[in-house]
Ligand binder design. Structure first.
Ligand code: PLP
Length: 436
């Protein structure tokens, strides 16, 4: 007789999976079996408020019925097609994204995610300028592939430094200034001065691109003070450098705008970058997708010259159908406006009130549904809360029913754009109960 085998559990099966950015032996992953809106649940049906949006990507919430239906319908018609062919849903996705971005963007190069979006933006900048170097910030994350991970500022760059031509600089961060500044204005002035000096020292004629996250996300939701983006534009104009805004995390509703660079508080002078990269919120990650927005000035360069780049799944129809449905649903349901409103009227004020009750919160910063609580042992010295205490807080938040996004000494408060006031209240009550 055949022995009866029990089905392995999800955690047993997970031992077959090699996980990202981790020592494999120490992992105890949470099982997530399903989700709807701003909630996920495990296999026993225990629900958690998802204030992580996974990796800050489910801007429209989990299992939005219109996006799910669009993927299902497209799967029945044509689930894959080579990028060389014309396909209607791909053109529609490009049209939707370009409409959200506005002038001067005219074309979209589709990728599989955010890293390869940055990879191809850097390639476009190098090909059009004939230069090599790429400047980017120490407080940044741009993805895990060749040039993108070396453009990245954090620890993940260091074991991966195999790409050439990358130079880093400190961007403005008033709360943790590298410039001994005492006001946001001074911080911007000094950061721009230091950057200008780096450009001069590196040789302006060697620099192809300046790549920044419009709002550095993983590095701490570092809202740039007024003047920074304008200063970057001026610097790039002066030296013929391609200005790339990485909107992989900040785009598609996160800041309460389609793109963060459209936000009048972040960008009062309404400057426009030369290239924009996107992924995550464009379709909430239901199917992997990303891309680069390209203006005519750069696109026409390749009217006669071959663009030496491509991907089997560039413009994958399931991703494209999910992009069209996501953007249509976000427009029809006013989701971007909702994110701006809930940030300004509910989430921001509630987090600031929380900080008044908890001295462990050194700073609250953010906008829309893009916030960070910078946790400290001492408000005056701004000493980051140590990792063991952060791990304790993270575990206690999960135990209390909230899925948090914890990075270094910070809690990033990044729910989906569709989060309700009631869910904000529930989440803040959990932070309140758990924080020391
Ligand atoms: N750029 C930014 C700003 C990001 O936050 C991320 C991912 O977190 C990436 C790029 C990389 O995107 P992906 O993981 O889709 O390659």
């Amino acid at each position: 007789m055949q022995a009866q085998h029990e089905e392995p559990s999800t955690l047993e099966l997970d031992r077959l999976v090699f996980h990202s950015w981790s020592a494999q032996g120490a992992l105890h992953p949470l099982v997530i079996a399903g989700g709807s809106g701003a909630e996920v649940w495990d296999e026993d049906g225990r629900r958690l408020l998802d204030f992580s949006s996974q990796l800050v990507n489910t801007n429209i919430g989990h299992t939005h019925p219109r996006v799910v239906a669009a993927i299902q319908a497209q799967a029945a018609v044509l689930p894959t097609v080579a990028p060389a062919h014309a396909n209607r849903v791909r053109g529609l996705a490009a049209a939707r994204i370009l409409e959200a971005a506005g002038e001067p963007f005219a074309k979209v190069f589709f990728t599989n995610g955010g890293a390869d979006a940055n990879e191809n933006a850097i390639r476009l900048a190098r090909l059009t300028t004939g230069r090599d170097k790429v400047l980017s910030a120490y407080r940044s994350y741009h993805g895990n592939t060749g040039a993108a991970v070396v453009a990245t500022g954090d620890w993940r760059r260091v074991p991966n430094e195999y790409a050439r031509g990358h130079v880093h600089f400190w961007g403005p961060f008033p709360y943790r200034s590298e410039f001994w500044s005492s006001s946001p204005e001074q911080e911007v002035e000094r950061a721009l001065h230091a950057l200008e000096r780096i450009v001069e020292a590196e040789g302006p004629g060697t620099i192809a691109a300046l790549l920044v996250e419009t709002v550095p996300g993983t590095a701490g939701v570092i809202v740039p003070p007024p003047g920074w983006l304008t200063g970057l534009r001026a610097l790039c104009d002066r030296w013929g450098i391609v200005l790339i805004f990485d909107e992989v995390m900040s785009g598609f509703g996160r800041t309460g705008d389609w793109f963060a660079f459209q936000n009048p508080e972040l960008n009062p002078d309404r400057i426009v970058p030369d290239l924009v990269t996107f992924a995550k919120g464009v379709n909430s990650g239901y199917v992997p997708a990303g891309g680069v927005l390209i203006p005519p000035a750069i696109a026409t360069e390749f009217d006669t010259r071959v663009f030496p780049g491509g991907l089997t799944y560039s413009g994958h129809p399931l991703a494209m159908a999910s992009i069209v449905a996501t953007i249509d649903a976000m427009r029809d349901e006013g989701i971007v406006d909702h994110a701006r409103r809930i940030g300004a009227e509910a989430l921001g004020p509630a987090l600031r009130a929380l900080a008044e009750r908890h001295p462990v919160i050194g700073e609250v910063r953010g906008l829309g549904v893009f916030w960070a609580l910078d946790l400290v042992t001492d408000r005056a010295a701004r000493t980051p809360l140590p990792p063991a205490e952060m791990a304790r807080i993270k575990a206690a938040l999960v135990e209390a029913g909230l899925l948090p996004f914890v990075q270094d000494n910070r809690i990033h408060v990044v729910p989906p754009c569709i989060v309700t006031e009631e869910q904000v209240e529930r989440a803040v009550a959990i932070y309140d109960a758990v924080l020391p």
